[in-house]
Ligand binder design. Sequence first.
Ligand code: 3LM
Length: 400
Amino acid sequence: MKTPLRPNRPQGFSTRAIHLGYDPASAMGALTPPIYMTSTFAFETAEAGSEMFRGERAGYIYGRTRNPGQTILEERMASLEGGEAGMAAGSGMAAISATMMTLLSAGDVAVIDHTIYGNTYAYFTQALPRFGIIVKVVDFCDAEALAGALKDGARVVFFETPANPNLRVIDIAAVSALARAAGAQVVVDNTFATPVLQRPLEQGADIVVHSATKYLGGHGDILGGIVVGRAEDLGRIRSTGLRWMTGATLSPFNVFLLMRGLKTLELRMERHCASALAVARLLEGHRKVASVAYPGLESFPQHDLARRQMALPGGLVSFELDGGLDSGVDFMNRLALVTRAVSLGDTETLVQHPASMTHAVVSPEDRAKNGITDGLLRLSVGLETTDDILADIEQALDAL
Ligand code: 3LM
């Protein structure tokens, strides 16, 4: 291992995102970790192979559960989130499902917040009940409702903050305290904030999951997922959830791209957030805009909580236009630079319509109950020159 410059000083976020867990001397001086493009690993002897299978010897066996590049990535993500161990997965849904299929069994109760990504919502409310898991959906901003749902015990509590798509902010410390008292494990989807803006494990959560497809990868070119938490939990999620149940591992090439993305995560988040604030202020001041949700605006209902909980307010802005959905469709079609696409956290600014896109799988009744209105649009503010993003949005609004 390389000697740190000042051994007693903890290294900063970006230093760890760039260097942690890799010594070029281990790979012929290569500055960046090699891509270990292999599905299986040779055993020096038959006995060595058997010992690895029995867990009596360290080493790599087979690419579904472990690959040397993944190990570096997992150590980096564990450190950045403040956890003991990490696990890479093939997508955000792969990370969430490996986690839940490890923690939950038939008859267990999972309590989830009512505003989450559409397919995660479908996974909890449509897929898991088929296997005898009881899923309760409540508004985590309502402490009494949450306490009521936890009254008879629960195995898992799951939420996103800020939440997809309307950016509601959940109080991580308060929800974690309630859940702990009820004996539940707290799983937080930290995709929207990233560990640059908030580290849920430091605020009482047990496990953090990510769609690494978004800010962690950062360039719109891979799908990936990450889980971070205690070593014991992660060991189980890897050996049960990943190895037996999903098999949805992250490919060696995508490990490489994800580690490349991580190196600039802190830098990128600062720019995403600065541009998003400028976009939110433009929208708030425009006569065609009915409402704007951005945690960094003073008008955001949970602005104080967001300031307490997050280092910066994030790169997503949700809003509604006067004239609702019809104006929204018109606005989207008038954009020239901003790209009409789902996903988020990319270098490109993206716009999408949650009710017909990311949350189309949620029933209209549930969307209405969960605060996902038909006119809502979601912008993922990218890394283009800020004035160019603002000019495109402004010309599209003015033309309505
Ligand atoms: C989207 N979201 O555009 P993958 N957790 C969160 C997410 O936002 C997502 C996942 C998990 C979007 C994807 S919609 C067709 C495109 C908070 C994904 C799932 O499996 O890596 O896509 O992550 O909001």
